[in-house]
Design a protein around this ligand. Structure first.
Ligand code: NAD
Ligand code: UDP
Length: 312
């Protein structure tokens, strides 16, 4: 049994992580400023003795009384619409927030896990992307605020490991979806499902030939916990390696939701990566982990969740 601090624990991935940690007997201190998260995601945990919620911006000094064994730093806006809406907050939480939580890890002699991203590979020139690839990022473009914040966070994490001997883990998360995503967060899965449920046209950006590889949330959390519990430091890719074009994704969503929707084409955002798929060799060999839930199953579960909260 451990005491685990989860930054961003009221968000999509963080709240699932809190659930799994509590289910296995750990105590959880969830630290979140609710900038993109919601107490709706964790209200079922209020009143649980193992769970504490602290509303706080981790870009400001962080202190947690009592022992801390592990810190999982998921706090960061993650949706491309936030890259232009709140870019400075993204840079601050990747920089100051990561620094503050590493400082807490040093004080408490706690293990530190950083939630990094496939965006560190930018618009990749190597396909699929192995962890050894250094990436192709435009530092001054609109996505650069997120990509560079996470790259800085990885560098800071490794510096604390080298200088202060902190035990660290770095997970590079590839596109993950599932219940508790915000219906209006602008990501492709939430957009397509909400559009299909309301029989509106699905907004395909560009010509829809760009690819992503979608991981269901349960697989993602299982991978992160395997990393936390094991000896491998990472960075390690956690995602699904079955690749889809956005037109193929649209077809799956329309089929699963039994929708009358068609697709409509709108301009591609600047620096949108053309292809993305994780090389999972490290995850399968070092963590004995692989994704299990296919796209149709995951989209069905996610569509049921959206239909429930939106009243369809
Ligand atoms: P999310 O927006 O649902 O969750 C992020 C949470 O962090 C929110 O609850 C938000 O309020 C909180 N937060 C943001 N800034 C904070 C701050 N300064 N102080 C305290 N809390 C703060 O997004 P998510 O999809 O759950 O992403 C979680 C993490 O995983 C992020 O670090 C993100 O970069 C990373 N990630 C996610 C994906 C994905 O596909 N979902 C892909 C790559 C990386
Ligand atoms: N996309 C789309 N329609 C939408 C939203 C996104 O075609 O309504 C595309 C977007 O251009 C990108 C892909 O879907 O190529 C994935 O976008 P998302 O915002 O989910 O995540 P990203 O992988 O770009 O961070």
């Amino acid at each position: 049994m451990a005491r685990v601090v989860v930054s961003g624990g009221a968000g999509f991935l963080g709240s699932h992580l809190c659930d799994k940690l509590i289910a296995r007997g750990d105590d959880v201190v969830c630290v979140d400023n609710l900038i993109t998260g919601s107490t709706d995601n964790i209200e079922h945990l209020f009143g649980n003795q193992q769970f504490t919620f602290v509303r706080h911006d981790v870009s400001q000094h962080v202190w947690v009384p009592g022992p801390v064994d592990q810190i999982m730093h998921l706090g960061s806006p993650a949706s491309p619409i936030d890259f232009t809406r709140i870019p400075i907050q993204i840079l601050k939480v990747g920089g100051n927030g990561t620094h503050n939580l590493l400082g807490l890890a040093r004080q408490k002699r706690a293990e530190f896990l950083l939630a990094s991203t496939s965006e560190v590979y930018g618009d990749p020139l190597v396909h699929p992307q192995p962890e050894s690839y250094w990436g192709n990022v435009n530092p001054i473009g609109p996505r650069g605020v997120y990509d560079e914040a996470k790259r800085f966070a990885e560098a800071m994490t490794m510096a604390y490991h080298r200088v202060h001997g902190i035990e660290v883990r770095i997970v590079r998360i590839f596109n993950t979806y599932g219940p508790r995503m915000r219906p209006d967060d602008g990501r492709v899965v939430s957009n397509f499902i909400t559009q299909a449920l309301s029989n509106q046209p699905l907004t395909v950006y560009g010509d829809g030939s760009q690819t992503r590889s979608f991981c269901y949330v349960d697989d993602q959390i299982r991978g992160q916990l395997a990393l936390l519990d094991g000896d491998h430091m990472g960075p390690i890719n956690i995602g699904n390696d079955v690749e889809f074009t956005m037109l193929e994704l649209a077809a799956v969503v329309i089929e699963v939701t039994n929708s009358n929707s068609d697709v409509t084409f709108v301009p591609l955002p600047q620096d949108d990566p053309a292809r993305r798929k994780p090389d999972l060799t490290e995850a399968t060999t070092k963590l004995s982990w692989k994704p299990e839930i296919d796209l149709k199953t995951g989209i069905t579960r996610t569509a049921e969740y959206f239909a429930g909260i939106l009243g369809y």
